[in-house]
Ligand binder design. Structure first.
Ligand SMILES: [Zn+2]
Length: 419
């Protein structure tokens, strides 16, 4: 079993040694007088849990910057016209590019909604982070497509049992305006039978809510609930246009809400995410970046800053989202929703952690580490990333990153030129 000893790291303001045995944090103490296979001097570095990005479309990193300054419907049409040409190698290299960016910005686990999840799983296995990779249902109300997707989902679920333990399988219902109610119910039933999470886009725009009210006489949330879909582990991306009754349904059904602040702002979807009301109702709230084609990066620390500023700005309440809660939103809350024992630096937890270099102008004076980390610094302060007890980045460098960037760039241009 590999051991790593982190010497003199700052954990919640106190200097500690942290011993990692295998893939878990074994001991945290003022001083640990043992020899480890690897010893890292963490003088000047603070330790935090790796971030958990609760909503993204990893391989869309190849489409960064492809559709700018347009509303969501037009944006989706632009993206879909390129995605028609997707092949396995694009998804694999797009996912690798995304994961490299995640590691460099301190993310150690992500929930992915994208095509060809076996290729994403291969990228996750090779890059060393954790991923919950979902099969995406999007049938455009076409029965033939629906049948094809059902059998493909069953097949990939079968393969997923061979995936590395850092990868989990799940089911995505793209949205209720792209998936027929019949397929939504089937996907939800499959997820329930197999104990899988369900990921979906819900109430992202006002237009979507108005259209469901006209079509079904219900909000999207009430519509999903009427189909029996929310009565399981549902992770709802966006949840931006919620009514009071929607929040009650989320609380009653244990639905997790994932804020994607930068994507919502950029696509003009809105900014009044009801964090205070969701928290008061006891709803688990997490944070995601969305895909790089909309947000345009996968930097959780940057999203945390925007979320906090925006919550304070639109509610006029500076106490609405304190720093400790903001850290939970980006770490442990995601771990809880995914059922993975990560997101915390404690003895016994999975060893998924980040070392932050504090010897720079953004951290002087270091009166409040979280405040400097989120509001003052940028993600170049992230020095070392460990996931599952393996060092993925050290001194700001990921092994093989130059070759990966070169190949991903080549694949992105090949995909764009194929259209
Ligand atoms: Zn999305």
């Amino acid at each position: 079993m590999g051991t790593i000893l982190l010497k003199h790291a700052i954990l919640k303001g106190k200097q500690k040694d942290i011993l990692i045995k295998g893939n878990r944090i074994a001991v945290i103490a003022d001083s640990i007088p043992v020899r480890a296979a690897r010893e890292i001097d963490c003088t000047g570095k603070s330790v935090t849990p790796g971030f958990i990005n609760m909503h993204t479309h990893s391989a869309m990193s190849l489409l960064r910057g492809i559709s700018e300054d347009v509303p969501l419907t037009e944006w989706l049409n632009n993206i879909w016209s390129i995605e028609k040409h997707l092949q396995k190698e694009y998804v694999y290299w797009g996912a690798k590019l995304a994961i490299l960016e995640m590691i460099k910005t301190g993310t150690t686990c992500f929930l992915d909604m994208y095509w060809m999840s076996p290729q994403v799983a291969q990228a996750v296995e090779e890059m060393g982070i954790r991923g919950v990779l979902t099969y995406v249902f999007l049938d455009n109300y076409d029965t033939e497509k629906s049948e094809k997707q059902k059998s493909e989902c069953i097949r990939i679920h079968g393969y997923s049992k061979e995936w590395h333990k850092r990868c989990k399988f799940g089911v995505s219902i793209h949205a209720d305006y792209t998936v027929s109610p019949h397929t939504m119910v089937w996907a939800s039933g499959f997820a329930k039978e197999n104990g899988l999470i369900i990921n979906t886009h819900i109430s992202e725009t006002e237009k979507e809510v108005l259209s469901d009210k006209e079509k079904y006489g219900k909000t999207p949330v009430a519509f999903y609930d009427s189909l029996g879909i929310l009565d399981s582990n549902v992770i709802a991306a966006h949840a931006l246009w919620l009514e009071d009754e929607d929040i009650e349904i989320f609380a009653k059904r244990g639905v997790t809400a994932v804020h994607n602040v930068n994507s919502n702002l950029k696509l003009g979807s809105g900014y009044r995410f009801r964090y205070g009301d969701l928290k008061a109702a006891g709803v688990n709230v997490c944070l995601g970046t969305d895909g790089a084609a909309s947000s345009n990066n996968l930097d959780m620390r940057e999203s945390m800053k925007t979320m906090s500023l925006l919550q304070k700005g639109w509610t006029g309440d500076t106490t609405i989202l304190p720093l400790n809660e903001l850290m939970d939103v980006a770490t442990i809350n995601g771990a809880r929703a995914l059922g993975i024992d990560t997101g915390r630096i404690e003895e016994g937890a999975l060893a998924d952690l980040v070392l932050v270099e504090t010897r720079s102008e953004a951290f002087i004076p270091n009166i409040n580490f979280e405040s400097n980390f989120i509001y003052s610094a940028n993600s170049s302060c992230i020095d070392t990333v460990i996931c599952d007890g393996n060092i993925l980045m050290e001194g700001g460098k990921v092994a093989g990153e130059e070759q990966l960037l070169e190949k991903a760039d080549e694949m992105a241009w090949k995909l764009i030129n194929a259209t």
